[in-house]
Design a protein around this ligand. Structure first.
Ligand code: PXP
Length: 241
């Protein structure tokens, strides 16, 4: 069975809409773990648009399963990772103007700068994963630079129309998984996975962990709506009793 890493970034996105203190991604992480999450994932972006340094520090203290920090391959982020010491770091590409992480890392082009950073984190006993497109050259380069794991970007599969186009994207994922596994890399996958498209990917036996955020937070808002409204109604009614 693939493990589930729950990405709580978008709980922080809702909080930042008001720049207040709720909802707290730390609380969401506790509830996710109680519901069976095998890990908690957060992306500390350079612009701190959702998750903050405070969130990461508190998550380090409270997460009982496994903390996976997504980070850009910069010296500042590596320094923070060494302080926080998550169990796993996942290097992701980052552009300020993007809404979310758009493509995988170009490990082939960044071999030198990545291998130094990977070595530093591994020496601190942090597992290092690289978020890459399902591309065989990127898989091989990830192995060469010394990563422990790769996370395969499932975005193109998720966005493709069900049918032939989606099957073609799925086949790319499968190929990349098989190659990575043969090289001895641990294989994770994520991005865009939801309640309708997750199962074919979850069925791939070599995949160790799925990182899922937006669809879970979106569903939490809807499945929690009735209860939230009921509780508010009860308070309003009780106020004049
Ligand atoms: N994996 C990585 C590396 C990501 O950057 C993201 C998005 O932050 C996810 C998984 C989760 O993607 P989604 O929010 O679409 O489930």
């Amino acid at each position: 069975m693939a493990k589930l890493g729950v990405n709580v970034d978008h709980v922080a996105t809702i909080r930042e809409a008001r720049k207040g203190d709720s909802p707290d991604p730390v609380h969401a992480a506790v509830l996710a773990e109680l519901a069976g999450a095998d890990g908690i994932t957060v992306h500390l972006r350079e612009d701190r648009r959702h998750v903050s340094d405070r969130d990461l520090a508190l998550l380090r203290k409270t997460v009982k399963t496994k903390l996976n920090m997504e980070l850009a391959a910069t010296n500042e982020m590596v320094r923070i990772a060494l302080e926080v010491k998550p169990e796993q770091c996942t290097f992701v590409p980052e552009r300020r103007e993007e809404v979310t992480t758009e493509g995988g890392l170009d490990v082939v082009m960044q071999k030198d700068s990545l291998s130094g950073k990977i070595k530093i984190l591994k020496e601190a006993e942090i597992e290092v994963s690289l978020f890459i497109d399902p591309d065989i050259d990127q898989v091989k380069a990830s192995h060469k630079v010394g990563a422990d794991a790769i996370e395969i970007h499932t975005g193109a599969y998720c966005e493709a129309r069900p049918g032939r186009a989606r099957q073609a994207e799925f086949d790319k994922i499968l190929n990349a998984v098989k190659t990575a596994s043969k090289l001895g890399l641990t294989v994770h996958a994520g991005h865009g996975l939801d309640y309708w498209n997750v199962q074919p990917v979850a069925a791939i036996s070599e995949i160790n962990e799925l990182n899922i955020g937006h669809s879970i937070v979106s569903r939490a808002v809807l499945v929690g709506m009735e209860r939230a409204v009921r509780e508010m109604k009860e308070l309003i009614v009780a106020a004049r009793k």
